[in-house]
Ligand binder design. Structure first.
Ligand SMILES: C[S@@+](CC[C@H](N)C(=O)[O-])C[C@H]1O[C@@H](n2cnc3c(N)ncnc32)[C@H](O)[C@@H]1O
Length: 303
């Protein structure tokens, strides 16, 4: 067995179940022959479902910033002719706009994939002790270790207020604890530093929000989303649909506000909102896929 084959089997074992996939099909409503841009193709779960309907591989572009996902997609789709891009979705959207490409269907399923969370060495999760990393794109320099060990107490406090939505007081306690504990090498060490500031806790580990904030900064998650949304509109054909799945309120607010603004300009509006309220997972999906718990889908149509 080749290294690549072994690697693919390992990844398959940690299979990523696409969230809200039947709702994506319902609201994006793909049709035979339509073109498709998947900005966060990951392990191709949603792409499979959509391409099964469109059957238009020649006009499909699958993008992801994660090297492992790209290797997986290349192997998975080696027998069909579709374009696979290894970049962040802002760069990809920019290049596609420059090349005057247009699509009937665009999907962005934001956040992390199950293999990113489950593979300890990626350093995303405190349940798997590993060097602090959290980079979705392994080619990038900025990682969680450098933020935790070299950013000033004031900057740490600011990101906890902004991206963990913590109170000033709580953010200051976390930032102080981290700076005093340096060097903080691993995910488990960071989780313990934060836990010690809280003592007893009930359901959610107090480090969850701290990890969220650091991950958002490492991957510039909100900045890239904000800058990409106007490009996505340009990439849609008239009548084309875009679906965005977000996993926390900061992302969802950006999508909701953008869709609202773009659909409330009267005759100037470029979008029409298809999902008046965010679509969330049904109980049956939640029972099988805990990742779907915080997923919210919003869909809009290009006028
Ligand atoms: C939730 S997973 C997508 C799973 C995919 N829909 C599937 O069904 O297999 C999110 C993926 O988005 C990628 N990603 C997140 N932000 C990105 C960005 N700004 N540019 C490109 N890829 C990104 C991550 O690397 C990850 O593979």
């Amino acid at each position: 067995m080749s290294g690549l084959e072994r690697y693919i089997i390992e990844e398959m074992n940690e299979i990523h179940i696409p969230v809200l996939w039947s709702e994506v099909l319902q609201y994006l409503a793909p049709k035979s022959g339509e073109s498709y841009l998947d900005l966060t193709a990951g392990y191709g779960g949603h792409a499979d479902k959509i391409l099964e309907v469109t059957q238009n591989y020649n006009e499909a572009v699958l993008n992801d910033r994660d090297q492992n996902a790209i290797e997986f997609l290349k192997a998975k789709y080696q027998k069909v002719k579709l374009e696979i891009r290894h970049d962040d979705f802002y760069n990809t959207a920019l290049q596609l706009v420059e090349n005057e490409k247009k699509f009937d269907l665009i999907l962005a399923d934001l956040g992390v994939s199950s293999p990113q969370l489950d593979r300890g060495e990626r350093g995303f999760a405190f349940s798997k002790d590993a060097r602090l990393d959290m980079r979705m794109d392994q080619r990038q320099n900025l990682d969680a270790w450098s933020i935790v060990n070299s950013w000033s107490e004031r900057r740490l406090r600011e990101i906890f207020v902004q991206y963990a939505e913590a109170s000033e007081g709580r953010a200051a306690v976390w930032a102080r604890a981290i700076v005093s504990a340096r060097p903080v090498e691993t995910t488990a060490e960071l989780a313990e530093v934060i836990r010690r500031t809280t003592g007893h806790y009930e359901r959610t580990h107090p480090a969850t929000k701290v990890f969220q904030a650091i991950r958002i900064v490492v991957n510039d998650e909100l900045g890239l989303l904000e800058r990409s949304l106007p490009l996505i509109v340009k990439l849609l054909k008239p009548g084309g649909r875009v679906g965005i799945i977000s996993f926390h309120s900061l992302e969802d607010r950006i999508v909701k506000d953008f869709f609202r603004e773009e659909s409330s300009l009267g005759l100037e509006s470029r979008l029409e909102v298809v999902t008046k309220k965010a679509i969330v997972a049904e109980k049956t999906e939640l029972a099988n896929n805990p990742r779907a718990r915080s997923a919210k889908l919003r869909v809009a149509r290009r006028r």
